[in-house]
Design a protein. Structure first.
Length: 396
């Protein structure tokens, strides 16, 4: 990564204004139910405090739409973060700009940590308002971007602040960009991409971007139905994008021209209702009835996909193989997750559903890298320059 990082700065006595991604799920009692994103920030925070920085954290949470709403307050995150730092105090302040925030920053000492209130309580955040960004910049000497999950958004706290402060990458941002970038530019082969999800239209840019780079692509989820339909299979009530037929055909032609293989399911798990408790059966893709819908890849497909995965040396996975939120239709996705855990090579998981799948399968720790950014990793794989990465200063 040819970008400056926190390791390129002498932090003693400096204020590090750090954009983190603390957009964590909470229950009705504002208890954090999954602290993965907070935990992912710890290496950066520990490095900064150990090197004498005064650490000022800012993040968004949910979609309060420019209004102060208690259910979107980051106050519970301050307590949670403090528990992860072995009780090291984490002060919380009720705004991200203005007098209350400025006063709190002035009172900080080297090694202190302060968490600002939700940046999206200000309407100017998502508009990348320059005035708001300038006020944020008053709270730091150096801007540290460590929120890869928000790097695809040009907001005041992700890109705007960089207009007013020198900008470097945090350790998480640096790792995300390095891992994804190395996989795309310098993969050990065979290089395999596993792409799932509901719609071809959601992943068409990723597929076009990956085809010249990979050796093969495994396709699952609802999007596989559209490819199967183009091949002449009747899919019953399955989700099929008829307006994406041309796209699917073009992708298959492109793969053939490039000498790349697109693997599709040969059997699926079907049901007559989209329901977790629906009666279901395994069907060949040529034997789906008019009143049935495909909700997962079948056992033959699982076996075939796992064989391909076993021979890969670099694997990128984005998107589930079926409706994995329902246990009856999660078998394919979990099997793929477990197969990835056995790969003798680089395994990178990007996208919220895929991340949830490896965690549910209990193999997240066996992956080379589990990305914290769903939308950001998707856009990165599409070949787009992310606004939050572009603003980080180059080393030379």
């Amino acid at each position: 990564m040819a970008k400056k990082s926190i390791e390129d700065v002498n932090w003693q006595g400096k204020r590090a204004l750090v954009r983190v991604d603390f957009n964590v799920p909470m229950d009705g009692h504002q208890t954090i139910t999954d602290g993965t994103r907070v935990k992912a920030s710890l290496p950066t925070l520990r490095y900064l405090t150990e090197h004498g920085a005064r650490v000022v954290l800012m993040s968004h949470l949910g979609r309060p739409k420019g209004e102060h709403k208690d259910e979107f307050s980051l106050r519970p995150v301050a307590d949670y973060l403090q528990s992860l730092l072995d009780g090291k105090p984490v002060r919380f302040v009720s705004d991200c700009v203005g007098e209350v925030a400025e006063q709190a920053v002035q009172e900080m000492h080297d090694g202190d940590i302060l968490l600002l209130e939700n940046v999206r309580f200000h309407a100017g955040e998502e508009k990348n308002d320059a005035t708001l960004a300038r006020k944020m910049a008053l709270l730091g000497d150096v801007f540290v971007h460590d929120a890869f999950g928000s790097a695809h958004r040009a907001h005041a706290s992700t890109a705007g602040v960089a207009r007013f402060l020198p900008t470097v990458a945090g350790l998480l941002m640096e790792r995300e960009v390095r891992m994804l970038g190395d996989a795309l530019e310098h993969p050990e082969r065979p290089f395999l991409a596993i792409i799932g999800g509901a719609k071809v239209s959601d992943k068409v840019k990723v597929l076009h971007s990956l085809l010249p780079k990979v050796d093969a692509i495994l396709i699952g989820g609802g999007m596989a139905n559209t490819f199967l339909a183009v091949q002449g299979h009747a899919l019953g009530k399955s989700l099929v994008e008829t307006d994406a037929y041309g796209t699917a055909e073009a992708l298959m032609r492109e793969a053939q021209d490039l000498g790349k293989t697109i693997h599709l399911p040969v059997d699926v798990v079907v049901a007559k209702q989209f329901d977790a408790n629906a009666s279901h059966r395994v069907a060949e893709v040529s034997d789906i009835q008019e009143d049935e819908m495909a909700l997962d890849i079948g056992p033959q497909s699982v076996e075939a996909y796992c064989r391909v995965i076993a021979h890969a040396k670099t694997v990128l996975w984005n998107g589930p193989m079926g409706v994995f939120e329902m246990p009856a239709f999660a078998v394919g996705t979990v099997a793929v997750a477990k197969a990835l855990a056995e790969v003798d090579g680089m395994t990178i998981v990007g996208g919220g559903d895929s991340v949830a799948a490896v965690e549910r399968a209990g193999v997240a720790g066996k992956m080379s890298h589990v990305s914290t950014g769903g939308g950001a990793s998707l856009e990165f794989l599409e070949g787009n320059e992310l606004p939050g990465v572009a603003v980080i200063e180059n080393r030379d």
